[in-house]
Each structure stands twice: as structure tokens, then as C-alpha cells.
Design a binder for this molecule. Structure first.
Ligand code: FES
Length: 344
């Protein structure tokens, strides 16, 4: 496959019965640059054409660790099953890009406590960020981590070790739903409020929350945090879900407009008109705007609109303040009320 970076699998580490970590070595002098919490997008060549899937990076770029991704087998997940069952050391993977907005803030500012709420394989990007925070900062870190049982808890032992290594600034509270007593072992509105009372050590404005898990888990956690007075811009979410999503109907303006795209020191001009999004038109013109989910969920295609107005059909990743700063998701964006300029 042309035009992609390549990574060779140098080690495969079983984590649980259905989860493995793949240690990757970049080829052809490519130096991957990433931030803790991001994901990489693998490109698969199939008989139905090219398919992309994103997998969270479990290594920390701030420690002396090789780039690694951790993948859990997903029921009916064609590519996760392929990777877990058939990949071997020496295999080469094609990668389109590294992206994702589930990261530490550029400036820690007043944040004193980082609070992670993760369930199942949602732990993977959190693991990368937690390692960075513990090894590179003096911030307090709290993890609430939900699983069915200990055997299914990815990085269970690693978190116990981190807790021993950093007893003053890290606490992991693990919930195992198979242990009975659902009140105490399954995250609910009530239980999260109890855990906040116990572990939230600072004013709500000085805590940053990171959420990653299945759809219902994220919903419960978000609603509870908001109703407990946590400002929405202090809640960061990584969505792995593939549930059908509700979209807004159609843009208020469906006329065609010119979109000027700045990408890697090149400038392109595209004529974009609903129902084709900016990303769809870019793809049709072989302009390599990064993308993965094409559903407004991953953030791979994020760009900044510097002129004109863009209407987004759907967004699960950008925060209100980011949108106010002009951030857009190209896969969900349509120019309205005139021409538009974006920087990818
Ligand atoms: S490609 Fe995932 S949000 Fe646009």
C-alpha cells in the first residue's frame, strides 16, 4: 500500500484472555510523534477496498517505551479478531496517522487532580496518560476502573505496581461487577457520587476528568459529574462506541461553497456541497486529510476553520470552547453562508 507509514510488530504481549499489546517498530526512518492518550489508525486492504480502524496507544511517549497499542477482541470486530488471532512478530502494519484529542492539556494550569473513569478496554489511553502524569509531574491521580473480574482487568498488575511506586499521588479503585453487591461494585450514579466524596480532593474547578468506556457507562458518568457541578470543559471523553448515532437533519444552507484547505504546506481548493462533507470531497480529490471513523467520534479529522462558517452534523469529541475557537471535524462539516478556509 502506498502513501502510508509502516510499523513492524516486534513483540506481542498477552494481557488478558482476549487482549494483547503489540509492540511496534517504525520502518523507513519514520519517527512517529504522539502524545499520551492518542490512537493510531491502521489501514487494511480488503476485497471491498481500504478500511481503517483506530487503536489506542498504551505506551507513554514521555518514558523510554517503544510505541505499543493494546487491542481487545471485539465481538464481530473483523480487524481486532484478525490482529489478535493471526498477527505475528515480524508482520508489517500500515498506518495512516496518529491522532486523538484525549490528551493532557497543553498547560496544566490550576489542575491539581486528574480523575480517570475507565471501563474494560477504555483503560488503554488512560494507562498511557496516567504513566506520563505519574512519572513526569507531581499531580494527584485517581483511577476508578470497572471490569467484570480481575482476570479481565487489563493492566491490573501494572496499576498495583504504580500504586506501590507512587503511594502519595496515585490511587486505583478497582470495581469488579462479578463480586456481587452491585451497589458497591458496579458504577452507578449513586456509587460515583460516593467515590467522588471519598476521592475528589480539590475544588471541582481544579480537577480534570477523563472518561473512557462503553456508551452507557460514559453516559452515567457524564450525567453524574455534570449534576455534581463539574464544569463540562473539565470532562474529557474518548468514545469507542459504535452505536448508531443521531445526526442533525441538514445544514441551514445547502448551496455549494469554496473551501480552501491548508494541509502540510500545500493549499487546495475544493467545491463542497451537502450531502458531501469537506472530508468526502477531499477524499474524492485524493487530498490526504487524516480520518478514521468518519462518524464524528474519533477526532482524527479535526481542523481549524479560520474564515467563514462551517456547520457540523455531529460531534462527540470537540468541547464547546474548542468549537468556539474554530475547531471542526472535517467528516461532519459543511460550509455555510459563503466560502471557508481551514487548516488541517
Ligand atoms: S474521522 Fe473520526 S471524527 Fe472525523
Amino acid at each position: 500500500m502506498n502513501g502510508y507509514h509502516q510499523l513492524q510488530i516486534t513483540n506481542i504481549i498477552p494481557e488478558t484472555k482476549d487482549t494483547k499489546t503489540f509492540v511496534l517498530q517504525p520502518l523507513n526512518n519514520w519517527q512517529p510523534i504522539y502524545k499520551a492518550g492518542q490512537f493510531l489508525t491502521l489501514v487494511f486492504d480488503t476485497k471491498h477496498g481500504e478500511k481503517r480502524r483506530s487503536y489506542s496507544i498504551s505506551s507513554s511517549p514521555d518514558l523510554d517505551e517503544p510505541l505499543s497499542i493494546t487491542i481487545k477482541k471485539v465481538e464481530n470486530g473483523e480487524f481486532s479478531r484478525l490482529l489478535l488471532s493471526h498477527s505475528k512478530i515480524g508482520d508489517v502494519l500500515n498506518i495512516s496517522d496518529i491522532s486523538g484529542l484525549f490528551q493532557l492539556p497543553e498547560k496544566m494550569g490550576e489542575t491539581e487532580q486528574f480523575f480517570f473513569l475507565a471501563a474494560g478496554s477504555g483503560i488503554t489511553p488512560c494507562y498511557s496518560i496516567i504513566k506520563t502524569l505519574l512519572h513526569c509531574t507531581d499531580k494527584n491521580v485517581m483511577l476508578i476502573y470497572s471490569n467484570k473480574n480481575e482476570e479481565e482487568a487489563i493492566f491490573h498488575q501494572q496499576f498495583l505496581l504504580l500504586q506501590n511506586q507512587f503511594p502519595k499521588k496515585f490511587r486505583a479503585h478497582l470495581l469488579f461487577s462479578s463480586r456481587g453487591n452491585a451497589y458497591k461494585n458496579r458504577l452507578s450514579n449513586w456509587l460515583l457520587q460516593e467515590l467522588l466524596k471519598e476521592y475528589l480532593k480539590v475544588e471541582t474547578s481544579k480537577a480534570l476528568f477523563y472518561l473512557c468506556g462503553p456508551f452507557e457507562y460514559m453516559q452515567t458518568a457524564t450525567i453524574t459529574l455534570l449534576s455534581d457541578g463539574i464544569p463540562s470543559h473539565n470532562i474529557k471523553k474518548e468514545n469507542f462506541n459504535s452505536l448508531p448515532r443521531k445526526t442533525k437533519t441538514i445544514p441551514p444552507d445547502t448551496n455549494e461553497h469554496l473551501v480552501t484547505v491548508h494541509l502540510e504546506n500545500q493549499v487546495y481548493q475544493l467545491t463542497v456541497q451537502y450531502p458531501n462533507s469537506i472530508l468526502a470531497v477531499a477524499k474524492a480529490n485524493h487530498i490526504a486529510i487524516p480520518y478514521s471513523c468518519e462518524a464524528g467520534r474519533c477526532g482524527s479529522c479535526a481542523a481549524t476553520c479560520t474564515k467563514g462558517k462551517v456547520w457540523m452534523a455531529y460531534n462527540e469529541v470537540l468541547l464547546d470552547n474548542e468549537i468556539a475557537d474554530g475547531r471542526i471535524l472535517c467528516c461532519q462539516s459543511y460550509p455555510i453562508d459563503g466560502n471557508v478556509e481551514i487548516f488541517v
